[in-house]
Write a protein that binds this ligand. Sequence first.
Ligand code: GLP
Length: 261
Amino acid sequence: MEVVILPERAQIAALAADCVETLLKSKPQAVLGLATGSSPLALYDELAARHAAGRISFRRARAFMLDEYVGLPADHPERYRNVIEREFASRIDMAPDAVRGPDGLAADLPAACRAYDQEIRDAGGIDLQILGIGSDGHIAFNEPGSSLASRTRIKTLTPQTIADNARFFGGDRELVPRHVLTQGLGTIMDARHLVLLAFGRAKAEAVHQMVEGGVSAMWPATLLQLHAHATALLDEGAAARLQLAPYYRHAYAGKPPWQGL
Ligand code: GLP
């Protein structure tokens, strides 16, 4: 896994945006994987700004979301479909139907999950998957204990994730849905490039485990060690517990400019 540590959130967002821009230039019909949560917001702002400046077009691109709450009403502002629309899709020129997400209101949830995985396969797979990480090491909503081979399915949130996400529900844990649909770890691993963003000291232990711990379902993000092209973009807080931080900084500082992420 490539680890890049930078001081400013804006620098990290710009680097991730460079990656998306380079991909769209070489493959305008690229398939993006979109994450929710606060970590990708600066990236979405940067991409919207580059789109407004005429630098990038998403007109032919498609996108698949990582996860969704089960049972939130269609017009609920925290439904991930609505969050992605508000924070990203409405600010760029992607076709109206081009952003897909797991259907947390489906009558038959297992069937909807199977159909979602199939839809990703039919689209040719995800070229670039944007990821955040939970403080317990989850990615998407694959909580500790998740099968490392899992596909899109229903999961129960841990009390830790409910507490972490309560801030989006006015601080009230009771309002956070207990169940979610999430791309599985196996689904995420099928993406061709994984770009994970993490900010702040609260992520430091999860990031340390992800990069330097043993691969284990206890820290689902550790599975990224088995991906051939995974990039972790971290601020100083998120990188605070990395044992090999001096090496990661040294490697990035001496990276040949042609190499990209
Ligand atoms: C949420 C999302 C994840 C996200 C993570 C971290 O529960 N389902 O996709 O990466 O938790 O969130 P944040 O970026 O707000 O810290």
